[in-house]
Design a protein around this ligand. Structure first.
Ligand code: GLP
Length: 641
């Protein structure tokens, strides 16, 4: 079914897609719309049937619905719900069951009658599954079909659990989960091996029968699959693309998730653009990349042939364009991430004064620092800046039980030698008992989490030491949102912001390195970035802030695109080897890789590959050949607060 084009820049988009600066704004709007739908149906004497999804994505929508219920008296008594899916083999009580998720995230906080809620059962037998699924479909039909279906999207392009290979006609059924999906769920289940292999999901055909479909997506990890779903052909290798055939399907996404849409990535291909410096850089680098040529060798003909005559007219000829962009890129390269003292800094990424600088490196979890900027950290220390590394969270949620068990046993063996540490001994004995009694998927006790946190502290200290940073310059903030929370369910509070404000006021940094600006907002990195933004807002008027720059590093597994890079710090082979040693200290994370793109490679290998790939890209564009490069982009602090 064809859809009227919204605007020229959206001409390649086959699904109506609306961009929002932040997930919250999109969720507030959608929540209002749902409430209006409920009201108008109620006024007409009809019930409302909602199709609901799980995962991190809809959590903010559910929070907003709960708020509307509490603060504005919105009632859900007339609402019926059908959830998309459930892990096969999980009981309702299992901490990762979608049944439990939905109750914790929504149903327990609103006035929907329990018998209006439908969630596929994870405990039917294989023999029963076919019949059970047919009955699930019948119940949808009997209630008149779904009025509005909420969807998230998996990185495989799945909707519900319709993995690649699902046909457009597929119905509710038992399915096998894709390995990437299982890898993405590994953190929830503390290891990929614990993630169920099967699930029951509504089919693509079932979803397409809903009268309206709204797909939500936040964060950079979804950008690639989203662009393919919106602009690519309909194909069963990307089930979300089938939504193109629904007249009332819409996508609501944030800017980070929109990054690969043509209107954002290559806007000159879908209309006239304003050729400012950034757009020019983006286009020239894109052309060099596409033609696999160094920037300085691009010709007028090549610009014209690729639809960039407008750029030539506005800022050309090619000779000028090439030199301009080449020299901008050249000036992003610096071996002095804290600024080079007593040097002309007019075209360096970081200013030379003050020297030394107070540099604050904020790492959402231990390991984010060394993984993403281990080389830069070493350089800052070596160049005598006053570096502080602050770990926002303890990272204890990502420590497998066997690691903690090993530590407990070690300490208990050492017991005679640490007699004075009576308190720790009790803690260890209690924790050992708790570990023994812990059911396969039980949550950790405070004691176990405490020890897991200590374990990560030890690893972080070792890693920092390898980067030359003494233990005294490390801060462990153990922010409460994390200590009290679980993945996908973090609820940051004022005290989290307060802890960051205290740190900022004490250090008065002249440089902050931070990450999470493009992350899914409920991820640890996303939450930490929002907390930093709020903390900076609170201290914005303090005098030291006038002299503070924020450098953003990209999360594990991703790097800034060449045109976005504002500071590129080259690493020599030795520096890279040292960084890898640092990463290696995070022993407890070896089975918990935060980089989830490649299961066959260790975290350090992937980090190495990313830094080396950036160096290769720079070289291909015609710049010097380095072993590896770490990159940063400035956050325009005062326009963003
Ligand atoms: C899960 C769910 C989907 C969800 C997707 C994305 O596997 N079955 O319904 O849309 O993965 O999850 P998240 O929102 O956490 O990114």
């Amino acid at each position: 079914m064809s859809m009227p084009i919204q605007s020229e820049s959206e001409q390649l988009e086959r699904i109506r897609t609306t961009l929002y600066p932040k997930a919250d704004a999109a969720c507030a709007e959608l929540a209002r719309e749902i409430v209006e739908l409920m009201r108008s149906r109620e006024a007409a004497g009809q019930k409302t049937v909602l199709g609901l999804a799980t995962g991190s994505t809809p959590v903010r929508l559910y929070r907003e619905l709960i708020r509307l219920h509490r603060e504005e008296g919105v009632s859900f008594r007339n609402v019926y719900t059908f959830n998309l899916d459930e892990y096969f083999g999980l009981s309702r009580e299992h901490p990762q069951s979608y049944f439990r998720f939905m109750h914790e995230q929504l149903f327990a906080h609103i006035d929907i009658p329990e018998d209006h809620i439908h969630i596929p059962s994870g405990t039917v037998t294989r023999q029963q599954a076919f019949q059970y699924c047919a009955e699930y479909e019948n119940s949808i039909r009997e209630l008149g079909g779904i009025d509005l279906q909420i969807l998230g999207i998996g990185r495989t392009g799945h909707i519900g659990f319709n993995e690649p290979g699902s046909s457009r006609e597929s119905r509710t059924r038992l399915v096998t989960l894709d390995s990437m999906t299982r890898r993405d769920a590994a953190r929830d289940f503390l290891g990929e091996a614990n993630v169920p292999r099967y699930a029951i999901t509504m089919g693509v055909g079932t979803i397409l029968e809903a009268r309206q479909v709204v797909l939500l997506a936040w964060g950079d990890s979804k950008s690639e699959v989203l662009a393919r779903a919106v602009e690519g052909e309909q194909t069963d290798s990307l089930p979300a693309s089938f939504l193109q055939s629904h007249a009332k399907a819409r996508f609501l996404i944030d800017h980070a998730a929109a990054a690969d849409l043509t209107r954002i990535k290559h806007p000159w291909r879908v209309g006239l653009v304003k050729w400012d410096d950034e757009m020019t850089r983006k286009a020239v680098i894109w052309l060099a990349d596409t033609l696999q040529k160094p920037i300085l060798k691009l010709t007028d003909e090549e610009y014209s042939e690729r639809g960039m005559a407008d750029l030539l007219t506005t800022r050309g000829p090619a000779y000028d364009l090439n030199i301009q962009v080449f020299s901008q890129l050249q000036h992003t390269i610096t071996g002095w991430p804290g600024g080079k003292p007593n040097a002309d800094d007019s075209s360096r990424p970081e200013r030379s004064q003050p020297f030394p600088k107070r540099s604050l490196i904020l790492s959402p979890e231990p390991q984010d620092d060394v993984l993403c900027l281990g080389g830069t950290l070493s350089r800052l220390v070596r160049q005598k800046h006053e570096v502080t590394v602050a770990y926002a969270t303890s990272g204890n949620l990502a420590v497998p039980d066997n690691e903690v068990s090993r530590v407990i046993e070690l300490f208990l063996e050492l017991e005679p030698e640490i007699r004075e540490a009576g308190k720790e001994r009790n803690l260890l004995r209690t924790a050992r008992e708790q570990l023994r009694q812990k059911g396969e998927f039980d949550f950790d006790s405070i004691e176990i989490r405490h020890i897991k946190g200590l374990l990560r502290r030890g690893e972080a200290r070792e890693a920092c030491q390898i980067c030359g940073l003494p233990a005294g310059r490390i801060r462990f903030l153990d922010l409460p949102f994390y200590e009290m929370g679980r993945y996908r369910q973090f609820a940051p509070k004022e005290e989290d912001v307060a802890a960051l404000v205290t740190l900022l006021e004490e250090i008065k940094p002249q440089q902050i390195f931070a990450t999470g600006s493009l992350s899914e907002p409920s991820s640890v990195q996303g939450v930490c970035f929002e907390l930093l933004r709020q903390a900076l807002t609170q201290v914005a008027s303090q005098s030291w802030m006038k002299d503070c720059r924020v450098w953003l590093y990209r999360g594990a597994g991703a790097e800034w695109a060449s045109h976005e890079i504002e500071m590129a710090v080259p690493l020599s082979p030795d520096e890279l080897a040292n960084k890898i040693q640092g990463i290696y200290q995070h022993q407890s994370q070896r089975s918990q890789s935060p980089i989830r793109t490649d299961r066959h490679r260790e975290t350090w290998q992937q980090a190495e590959a990313i830094n080396q790939a950036t160096a290769k890209t720079y070289n291909r564009l015609g710049l010097a050949e380095y072993e590896a490069i770490e990159t940063f982009k400035q956050w325009p602090i005062f326009t963003q607060l």
